[in-house]
Design a protein around this ligand. Structure first.
Ligand code: HEC
Length: 232
């Protein structure tokens, strides 16, 4: 059974213009009539009903559980990040990631860090997030555990909202930030991301840490400390 925490309706993210732009997507959805009826009562509620798409008996095809995640090295590496596809369509996902633009197919999994994941749910499921579901997972040598998941409401460990950053990627990049796609820059370097990937505790040999990675992880530790202090 699909079990998704979070509010039925979209939180106010300050990006309402995005939600307005995508509401026509509801009409194309197979439950569009029901939704239209729900939303028609108060025109403004169209905004907040965006996230009602896909509820009740309309579960996404990409059912995601703790077991859906694996050692990051078991995915396909493109440039500096990793991709996979939960519906067995990895080639299509790799094709979009390789091209660097275009819409990722349903079931696509994208990861840069072992514990932050974006998954593309079925078309029309969450138009405001372009069907991206965000996950923060806890990982250790025994596997992965979903800590939090959802659409516009999910924050990372520093209390920063995944959607708010990723929505800034220009439309042709389909929520993929990389470095030049329009998202605000982040203080985590590619060397730090690489070190985190190579020391993913779910992967064999993750305890063999090079001196270079050890240094990157040390710097990352300082950054995390500073960000946590800032959050308090
Ligand atoms: C402060 C802004 C910010 C927040 C918050 C944020 N991200 Fe990102 N994210 C970025 C940027 C910028 C990159 C690109 C970094 C790079 O390529 O060096 C990125 C990269 C990624 C990537 C690799 C693909 C890409 O977009 O380049 C994934 C997957 C990802 N983030 C998932 C998440 C998830 C899941 C969350 C929430 C749990 C999250 N992010 C929160 C800014 C953010």
């Amino acid at each position: 059974m699909w079990d998704r925490p979070g509010a039925r309706c979209a939180p106010r993210t300050g990006r309402e213009s995005t939600a307005v732009a995508v509401t026509p997507g509801i009409a194309r959805h197979r439950h569009g009539k029901r939704l239209a009826a729900e939303c028609a009562s108060v025109a403004i509620s169209l905004l907040s009903c965006t996230f009602a798409v896909g509820r009740k008996g309309d579960e996404p095809e990409g059912k995601v559980t703790d077991q859906s995640f694996k050692c990051i090295a078991g995915m396909t590496k493109l440039r500096h990040f990793y991709v996979d596809n939960l519906l067995g369509n990895r080639a299509a996902t790799v094709a979009v990631a390789t091209a660097g633009t275009g819409d990722y197919p349903e079931g696509s999994v994208v990861q840069l860090m072992p514990n932050e994941v974006m998954i593309k749910q079925q078309t029309g499921y969450s138009p405001a997030t372009r069907d991206r579901e965000f996950f923060w997972i806890d990982v250790d040598k025994n596997g992965s555990k979903i800590f939090t998941r959802g659409f516009a409401e999910v924050n990372n460990r520093f209390g920063l909202n995944c959607f708010t950053c990723h929505v800034k990627a220009r439309p042709e990049f389909d929520f993929i930030c990389e470095e030049e796609h329009g998202c605000d820059p982040i203080p985590v370097t590619r060397a730090m991301f690489g070190a985190l990937q190579r020391t993913d505790p779910r992967c064999k040999g993750a305890d063999q840490v090079s001196a270079e990675d050890a240094e990157s992880l040390r710097q990352m530790g300082e950054l995390v400390k500073a960000l946590k202090e800032k959050k308090q």
